[in-house]
Design a protein around this ligand. Structure first.
Ligand code: TRH
Length: 400
């Protein structure tokens, strides 16, 4: 029997979140559920940061069970038949446009021409806001073609599509956290000896943030040794500036008082999880790293992707309301205070002592939170929904 096929379309806006989510979903659908998956991405350079073996000069290539296709303006003009990727298999059974990117007109027309219409999903951004549950799975008929698109919302409650979680992720995390040799290998690969138990290990993946120096002051002047690992990226110039280095880069190390900072190279996507598992506290940003920090089951601080109209503050608060609900009031206040100060880029150093004093309770909460979320798996939910819609389409054809 022919395996189900899926086309995912990803338009990279900026940073790595869009392609990060699509690449993760593509691998899961292909490797865990046996779908023949093509990932159409318009920016192969961003993709290659997450998957360094990618060749940015190729029109298409097979990587980790997924066919990666370069989505260029010419790729679908005048009609899709000329493209080698499409000739092989035509329009897919399941078509996912990520984050409302617009599908190529030629591809849409090819979808509309199918007797069995493909299932067309718009995969939305992640949000903990209440309205999400009401919009999840809503249909949106195309204004002129005989096609219907369905909205699919990731989220934190049963009323949403859930979160991306690989089948074996939590088991691999547990093995790593119980295996000193794996941890030692991780620290070696970062160019470091394995730190002792007295050292607080912190990963810091963040956008530019003026609250950083206050936080560094709190860590350097604190009583506990802190080792802060900073992956190369947007916060790096400010991290270097604190130590008087105008050219910080991967491999460099700095120290002041009780604080040591090490700059790490940006690693391939699978390896980023190890950094989160190896640290005691994680600073994450955007969408995908925030979810990975949650699966790591450690206390974490989220810097949300800032939007011009400031709607990100509502999204941040909606998540805090859910996440903090079971916490003791004083601990919830420490999380609220630090997260707000970090996102507001001021005063994070003042909130740090209260946050880290609650570390034990935050660790227990993080583990409980994972158990609560792990049963709502996005890839499984998406496939169930797509098969349901597929059956509905087939029923309509039979009834004609
Ligand atoms: O890169 P981001 O800031 O992406 C953002 C957000 O997703 C935001 O919601 C979206 O609207 C905007 O893009 C356009 O943050 P995010 O989502 O955490 O993505 C980072 C990806 O990079 C994630 O998949 C983890 C990965 N990563 C690595 O692969 N290696 C690394 O070394 C690090 C630090 C991250």
């Amino acid at each position: 029997m022919r395996s189900e096929s899926c086309d995912i379309f990803c338009n990279v806006i900026d940073n790595f979140g869009d392609i990060g989510v699509c690449w993760r979903l593509a691998r899961q659908l292909a490797n865990e559920h046996g779908l023949a998956v093509r990932l159409w991405v318009d920016d192969l350079n961003s993709f290659a940061k997450l998957c360094p073996e990618a060749d940015v000069g190729l029109e298409s290539q097979q990587l980790r069970g997924v066919k990666i296709c370069h989505w260029t303006a010419e790729a679908f003009h005048p009609l899709p038949q000329h493209l080698s990727c499409l000739r092989e298999r035509g329009v897919a059974d399941l078509v996912i446009e990520a984050f409302a990117c617009r599908l190529p007109q030629g591809y849409l027309e090819a979808m509309a021409a199918q007797e069995h219409k493909p299932v067309w999903i718009n995969l939305e951004y992640l949000s903990a806001e209440n309205w999400v549950g009401g919009c999840h799975k809503l249909p949106s008929p195309h204004p002129s073609l005989p096609l219907t698109k369905y909205f699919f919302f990731p989220g934190f409650t049963r009323q949403t599509g859930g979160l991306l979680l690989e089948r074996d992720l939590l088991a691999r995390r547990d093995v790593f956290q119980n295996d000193v040799e794996q941890q030692r290998a991780f620290w070696r690969s970062a160019g470091l000896e394995m730190p002792g138990a007295e050292t607080l290990k912190i990963s810091l993946f963040a956008y530019e943030n003026s609250a950083l120096h206050g936080l560094f002051d709190a860590w350097s002047g604190g009583t506990q040794p802190v080792l802060c690992l900073v992956p190369e990226g947007r916060i790096l110039p400010q991290a270097g500036q604190y130590f008087g280095d105008a050219a910080p880069c991967a491999g460099k190390a700095y120290s002041r008082g009780n604080l040591q900072v090490r700059v790490l190279p940006f690693v391939e996507q699978e390896r980023y999880d190890e950094l989160l598992w190896a640290c005691d506290v994680n600073f994450a940003r955007g969408e995908d790293s925030c979810v990975r920090a949650q699966w790591a089951a450690k206390p974490f601080i989220w810097q949300i992707y800032p939007q011009h109209d400031a709607v990100h503050w509502d999204k941040l608060q909606a998540f805090l309301n859910l996440y903090n609900a079971p916490l003791d009031a004083a601990v919830g206040q420490a999380v609220q205070g630090l997260w707000q100060a970090w996102n507001g880029e001021s005063g994070a150093g003042q909130w740090w002592p209260a946050f880290i004093a609650a570390r034990g309770e935050l660790e227990r909460h993080a583990q409980h939170w994972v158990r609560q979320l792990a049963g709502n798996n996005l890839a499984l939910n998406l496939l169930d929904f797509s098969r349901e819609i597929g059956r509905m389409h087939a029923f309509k054809i039979e009834g004609q």
